[in-house]
Design a protein around this ligand. Structure first.
Ligand code: AMP
Ligand code: FE
Ligand code: FE
Ligand code: ZN
Length: 299
């Protein structure tokens, strides 16, 4: 179990995962950890599923913790023809649920994820590894992802730890990597807004851009496409980067957001509410700003 340091009063964590996606804490454990850390609000943002949020909702009410309905989605950020990056987009639904068009679209995303998982299992089998989709899926709950592949690869002795599994077999640089067929970032932003959600670009550092004019143009372009917020505070962004993204957010009229991206024991150096060595301190004003964002609901 991770330890739960007490955070400053009034801090929020707007990015966290349960074991319904690739976190290791149950929704109940996550709510208990958020209460122990004295968070003023928590958003559950599992990959491609609301199951963790749905389970946590009554538990949060009982614990008198403000819980925000969220999700984290994959997208393809096209930089130029033939070159793209994987971009994660967080969506927050202040009303507690997404519109029906969004939920239908989400089903298709989950089907596509399963397709990818199936192709990835096949790639690994072709390399002589004994890894089936069924075994991987048994390690997950609502959905399986690459962390579940990593767990199986470690369990079967093909890798010594998660990091090695990603490096050698399932990470973006690995020879057996299988990419997802995700919609473009612009489409994902559109679908979120159509479902009554507030789109926020997650951990911009993981776009692997060079914090120069190219990165700035990308942020400007996404703001023009309807993006509402930018994840300024994140465990993978140090103080200098957080200052950089804060300034970009201001320049392009995006709302600053922040969260630890807590995954429990999958990423044991990250603490709920405070990130890596306390590098995430998301003030309540981040949440208040997002909740008052005046978004057009088109669905
Ligand atoms: P998927 O959504 O199934 O493609 O899996 C992506 C998830 O894998 C990310 O959201 C992270 O939680 C996790 N992940 C990606 N790279 C690593 C890594 N090098 N070590 C541990 N977890 C990782
Ligand atoms: Fe994850
Ligand atoms: Fe992410
Ligand atoms: Zn995340």
């Amino acid at each position: 179990m991770n330890e739960h340091p007490i955070t400053e009063p009034g801090l929020v964590d707007l990015h966290s995962h349960t074991n319904e996606s690739d976190g290791t804490f149950t929704p109940a454990e996550l709510i208990a950890a958020a209460s122990a850390a004295r968070l003023s609000a928590l958003a559950i943002t599992d990959h491609d599923t609301f199951s963790g949020y749905d389970i946590a909702k009554p538990l949060a009410a009982a614990a008198k913790l403000q819980l925000i309905c969220g999700i984290e989605l994959n997208s393809k950020l096209v930089l130029k023809p033939g070159t793209h990056r994987s971009a994660h987009v967080l969506a927050y639904f202040p009303g507690g649920q997404a519109g029906s068009a969004f939920l239908e679209w989400l089903q298709a995303q989950r089907a596509e994820r399963r397709q990818r998982n199936s192709a990835l299992a096949e790639r690994l089998q072709n390399e002589g590894m004994d890894v089936t989709l069924e075994e991987v899926e048994r390690l997950g709950r609502s959905l399986a992802g690459r962390p579940h592949f990593a767990k199986l690869l470690v369990k079967k002795g093909y890798a010594t730890d998660t990091e090695e599994a990603f490096q050698r077999f399932i990470g973006e640089e690995a020879p057996t990597f299988v990419d997802r067929q995700s919609p473009t970032t612009e489409t994902v932003i559109d679908v979120i807004r159509g479902g009554g959600g507030i789109p926020v670009l997650a951990h911009p550092v993981r776009l692997w851009l060079s914090h120069d004019a190219t990165e700035e143009r990308v942020i400007q372009r996404l703001a023009a496409a309807g993006l509402i917020g930018l994840e300024v505070a994140h465990s993978d962004q140090d103080a200098a980067l957080q200052a950089y993204y804060q300034q970009l957010a201001k320049k392009y009229k995006l709302l600053p957001s922040g969260g630890s991206d807590f995954h429990g024991d999958l990423k044991p150096d990250i603490q709920l509410g405070s990130g890596r060595n306390g590098n995430v301190q998301a003030p309540r004003s981040f949440l208040d700003g997002l909740l008052s964002a005046n978004i057009a609901v088109t669905a």
